[in-house]
Design a protein around this ligand. Structure first.
Ligand code: CP3
Length: 350
């Protein structure tokens, strides 16, 4: 591995400078991504064609001095493979042809074989690993069972979460069956990504933060913990670190750290130094600049990078990132400022 800072930071080992990667680093803010997407005709074909997925995964690494690559795919590949038929409408985000509406649909859901129904993902992982040729580590990922269930029951994006909460409160048994199946599907899927070459795993729990504490613990974190426990922990002699990201999950950092994960992804709400005081002797921390900072200026971005680095302070276990995915309107020049500032300004902390 030519650059293993990201792996080292995840295991809280010493590094020369703080590593950085960016959630949604391959995406619409890059003109080269938009060009490939045009050739592919749409987003789903990008995901489902390993050559296209590989091409866009590598694009941000050509431009910026990033310390990790993330598989180009989507969390909704699993429900798609379970027969819900994912599609995207311009401006509305993801939708399903066959959302979950009845208990019978839940009992009938089959757990996909990742090497058959999701073969395009494992093929993309192998191809990306080969093309990366050891430049930086490759992150594989999946959605948390709760977050996947949210999209499957709502049928798409929602502001109120009323359908999924209705199922949770009216039929907790059915919800548990659904989440159990999803936890099994995610475990199989991630283990297949690891076997294909993913070196780090990240669980995206975008919607855990809309739950009450007890419901978060019982219906989101509990299933993520099962996944963490059943993942392949070591592959070809290398430890496979796991990152859990619950957006709006700052209340539960101690609980997340106790799942056995190696790192916690943080949104931008708390100063990272506070999170470090709470759990930093147990796990590494990834974050946590507000993505909207990239609407400002090079000077302001540098200043915010300096603030976050100072808040974390000296020592090991920090991976710089945004607190959520980068927005499509961002100027790539400011992303370059961000990446270079993190490397330059973090030297003194190591
Ligand atoms: O980080 C990366 O670069 C890897 C790729 C990645 C994508 N989606 C590509 C993508 C990852 C890790 C995801 C995860 C994902 N997908 C999440 C969890 C993380 C989060 O953002 O909270 C969620 C909730 C989804 C579901 C999803 N996929 C939504 C809500 C959307 C619509 C977004 C929009 O702005 O229209 C997508 C589509 C999507 N996934 C795009 C990309 C680059 C945009 C597709 C396009 O139009 O080109």
């Amino acid at each position: 591995m030519k650059n293993d800072r990201f792996l080292r930071a995840l295991l809280r080992q010493p590094v020369d400078v703080t590593p950085i990667w960016i959630m949604r680093q391959a995406g619409r803010y890059l003109p080269e991504y938009r060009a490939t997407r045009e050739r592919a005709k749409n987003f789903l074909t990008l995901c489902k064609t390993p050559e296209f997925a590989c091409e866009v995964t590598l694009q941000p690494l050509e431009r910026f001095d990033l310390d990790a690559a993330i598989l180009f795919s989507d969390i909704l590949t699993i429900p798609d493979a379970m027969g819900l038929e994912l599609y995207f409408t311009e401006g509305e985000g993801p939708r399903f042809e066959n959302p979950i509406r009845t208990e019978k649909q839940i009992t009938n859901l089959a757990i996909p074989d990742p090497n058959i129904e999701l073969r395009y993902v494992t093929d993309a992982v192998s191809l990306i690993r080969r093309e990366l040729n050891g430049k930086v580590p490759l992150i594989g990922f999946a959605g948390s069972p709760w977050t996947l269930a949210t999209y499957m029951v709502e049928g798409g994006t929602t502001k109120t979460f009323s359908q999924v909460k209705k199922l949770l409160f009216q039929q907790p048994q059915s919800m548990s069956i659904l989440l159990d199946k999803l936890a099994q599907a995610v475990t199989n899927y991630l283990n297949a990504q690891i076997a294909a070459g993913a070196q780090v795993i990240m669980l995206f729990d975008t919607w855990g933060g809309i739950l009450s504490t007890q419901n978060y613990l019982d219906f989101s974190l509990n299933y993520m913990q099962k996944i963490v426990q059943n993942l392949t922990h070591e592959y070809e002699g290398q430890r496979i670190p796991v990152i859990i990201f619950t957006k709006d999950g700052n209340e539960w950092l101690e609980n997340i750290a106790n799942t056995g994960c190696d790192a916690i992804g943080l949104d931008w709400k708390l100063p990272i130094g506070q999170s470090r005081k709470r759990v930093g002797n147990q796990v590494a921390l990834q974050g946590n600049m507000d993505p909207c900072m990239l609407y400002t200026s090079p000077e302001q971005v540098r200043k915010e990078v300096a603030n976050i680095l100072a808040s974390f302070g000296s020592g090991n276990g920090h991976i710089f990132n945004l607190g959520h995915g980068i927005h499509p309107e961002i100027d790539p020049e400011l992303v370059k400022v961000l990446v270079d500032s993190v490397h330059e300004l973090s030297k003194k902390y190591h």
